[in-house]
Design a protein around this ligand. Structure first.
Ligand code: AMP
Length: 289
């Protein structure tokens, strides 16, 4: 049975009381509408920490587009059922006011947390304020739960760099990044996939195919310059009808705001594209097995 708490303060008290008795918490922050990608994080946290808690909170601070926030899928009852079956020990939710009571209902009074240098470029450039919103809620969640380890998905690559920055500055928790879970046709699982109309759902796997094309070029032809690899991705995406926001390369060890120049010795390929009105992101390490 998963303990369900409807207020963050109750979760903080529960975590503190159990920690005093020796519980090591693994923590998976989510925005709900859970799928196998989230559950893979929960199972890994359970395996590695023994006790796992999940937060479900659609964080308004990280939405730069009010329409996106409004139509973001929500299904808390379904989430609780899935979490029970995945071995989650505790799930909690809450409102912005409950997470930041000191702001007294005025979101502009919430103290922003610096997301660090990885917030520059790509998602950070296209979604102003997004990573500040992520860093602010993640720090607050870490303060409430005080987990030993926190689990994040590689699908949100730039976010993992921001979260690592936040954890480094505050001195924990240990951040564990887990592989991206995909549908059989390669589309990365995402809560937003539920919003795709069938004809766009059919076209959306082009994002993964474009990433694979970049990896093939990386492996096959020693073709290791960012513009060339990006061209390969754009060629695949152009046939799909998706509206591409970026198809870009970055050095995974040294994040840069702009595209890296010259020959790359390591690379992650990243794509953001709209399928109908739905914005999808994905990425792939090109130099990994
Ligand atoms: P979200 O609910 O979209 O904020 O995601 C919560 C966590 O689940 C984040 O760390 C995501 O990176 C992770 N996640 C989302 N989709 C996937 C996926 N397909 N595979 C692995 N992790 C994922």
């Amino acid at each position: 049975m998963t303990l369900r708490l409807d207020a963050p303060a109750a979760a903080r008290e529960h975590c503190a009381a159990t920690r005093d008795k020796g519980t090591r918490w693994g923590f998976v922050p989510t925005m709900g509408a859970l799928h196998e990608g989230h559950l893979a994080l929960v199972r890994r946290a359970k395996r590695e920490c023994g006790t796992v808690c999940v937060s479900v909170f659609v964080n308004p601070l990280q939405f730069n587009d009010p329409r996106d926030l409004e139509r973001y899928p929500r299904d808390f009852e379904g989430d609780v059922r899935l979490l029970s079956s995945a071995g989650c020990d505790m799930v909690f939710t809450g409102t912005l006011e409950q997470f930041f009571p000191e702001a007294q209902g005025a979101p502009q009074a919430i103290r922003s947390v610096d997301p660090g240098p990885a917030a520059l470029g790509l998602e950070g450039a296209l979604r102003p304020g997004h990573f500040t919103g992520v860093a602010t809620i993640v720090e607050r969640l870490f303060d409430f739960v005080r987990p030993e380890c926190a689990y994040f998905g590689a699908k949100d690559y730039q976010q993992t760099l921001v979260v690592r920055h936040v954890a480094r500055v505050r001195g924990g928790p240990r951040i564990v990044v887990c592989p991206t879970e995909r549908a059989p046709d390669g589309l990365a699982l995402s809560s937003r996939n539920a919003l795709l109309e069938p004809s766009w759902r059919e076209r959306a796997p082009a994002i993964h195919r474009a990433l694979l094309a970049a990896r093939e070029a990386w492996r096959g032809e020693s073709l290791r310059a960012a513009p060339e690899l990006a061209r390969r991705m754009h060629a695949v995406l152009a046939q799909s009808g998706l509206s591409v926001e970026y198809a870009a390369l970055r050095d995974p060890e040294a994040w840069t705001e702009a595209d890296p120049r010259g020959a790359l010795s390591r690379a992650v390929a990243l794509i953001a594209a709209r399928a109908g009105g739905v914005r999808l992101i994905d990425n792939l390490r090109l130099d990994a097995e």
